[in-house]
Ligand binder design. Structure first.
Ligand code: NAD
Length: 351
């Protein structure tokens, strides 16, 4: 079944406003819900601004832009979503906030509504339980900015049915995205592989006394990643990265330990692009021999984690590679790259 018609998006922040644009651009009537009227107004403005930017660039006609803007309306309660074919939750990443929203979904959405969460890492299975309809809840993990990034991870919770996963895959395709099917695990797929590689590189740089600029140059020139782990950390937000790696360390053990370099930056209030501080990096620096071990450790860890995801059937091998290409900008996925370099994926960093 291909969803069409009415989409509900709950949470009008960075992600919700972009997802609302995507739905309207695909022809759906979108209701964007936020309990904070100021956030709702700002979210509606952001969604409409995307249409205006595309109009200015000649990528939309005036009629198309007007049509998109006209198909997005705002509301302050989930009760406005009872007629929606699909609802995507994108509220703040706090379990207690999301659980309350999913309880409201259970009470107020139609029985056939596809219910999705854009969570970056909270349990789809737990959210599904809160909705009281665990079989019809799925993760739809868009990447930021959602109007541009091509990847969507479709996360299957413990009780999500095949039919619901298929509907979510079709929805993502209709919104112009490339979906990959992911079985739920902490970190899902892209963040699990990427965060593992990043924190391994941070710990190696720290113990070998390699500075962030040299470490980034080694990684950017040493394999398929488009940038080094320190520059990427600055972009993601160092507090967000610390929080994700600490959660993943709890789930998987010390291979996800964030290490001192990251913890010290966060303690000193240097959070990357969002705070204006962060790791000091120069993207134009040439690679040096002394920093090569950081690159080996980074790619070794990524390959090992990617291989573990394939082995655990979190996603199939082709999708593991595709997800890193589309979600993280890698030229080649880690498993295909390991094969092309003659690297034995069972012989890389410990999983
Ligand atoms: P955000 O803080 O920009 O927006 C969250 C919005 O939710 C706010 O406007 C807030 O008012 C609203 N909200 C809070 N409680 C609500 C409720 N009960 N009902 C309705 N609205 C409510 O957050 P964001 O960055 O857009 O992230 C949203 C979700 O998307 C999170 O789960 C996050 O993990 C995930 N995500 C974020 C990114 C990213 O890079 N920002 C990427 C992928 C996924």
């Amino acid at each position: 079944m291909v969803e069409s018609g009415a989409l509900g998006v709950v949470g009008a922040g960075v992600m919700g406003s972009e997802i609302a644009f995507l739905g309207a651009a695909a022809g759906d009537h979108v209701t964007l819900v936020d309990t904070d009227p100021g956030a709702l107004a700002a979210g509606l403005d952001r969604a409409r601004a995307i249409a205006q930017r595309r109009l200015a660039k000649g990528r939309l006609t005036e009629d198309e832009a007007r049509g998109i803007e006209g198909r997005i309306r705002g509301a302050e309660s989930v009760s406005a979503l009872s007629d929606c074919a699909a609802v995507i939750e994108a509220v703040s990443e706090r379990m207690e906030v999301k659980l309350a929203v999913f309880e409201a979904f259970g009470e107020q959405l139609g029985a056939d509504t596809l219910v999705a969460s854009n969570t970056s890492g909270l349990s789809i299975t737990d959210l599904a339980q809160a909705a009281g309809r665990p079989q019809s809840v799925v993760g739809l993990h868009f990447f930021n900015p959602a109007s541009v990034m091509p990847l969507v991870e479709v996360i299957r919770g413990a009780q999500t049915t095949d039919a619901v996963v298929d509907r979510a895959v079709e929805l993502a395709k209709r919104y112009g995205k490339t979906p990959v099917r992911v079985r739920e695990c902490p970190g899902f797929l892209v963040n699990r592989v990427l965060v593992r590689a990043m924190v391994e590189a941070y710990r190696e740089a720290e113990s070998a006394g390699v500075d962030p600029t040299a470490a980034d140059a080694a990684v950017a020139h040493g394999g398929p990643a488009p940038m080094g782990p320190f520059a990427l950390g600055n972009l993601v937000g160092l507090d967000t990265l610390l929080s994700i790696s600490t959660q993943l360390e709890g789930a998987y053990g010390p291979r996800f330990s964030p290490g001192r370099l990251l913890a010290d930056m966060v303690e000193s209030g240097n959070l990357g692009a969002k705070s204006g501080g962060g790791f000091d990096v120069d993207p134009d620096a040439p690679p040096t021999k002394a920093a090569a071990p950081v690159s080996q450790r980074y790619y070794g860890a990524a390959i090992a984690e990617a291989a573990a995801c394939a082995r655990e059937q979190i996603a199939d091998r082709r999708d593991v590679d595709l997800a890193l290409q589309l979600g993280a900008g890698w030229e080649t996925g880690p498993l295909a790259w390991a094969a092309s370099q003659g690297i034995d994926e069972t012989d890389t960093a410990e999983v």
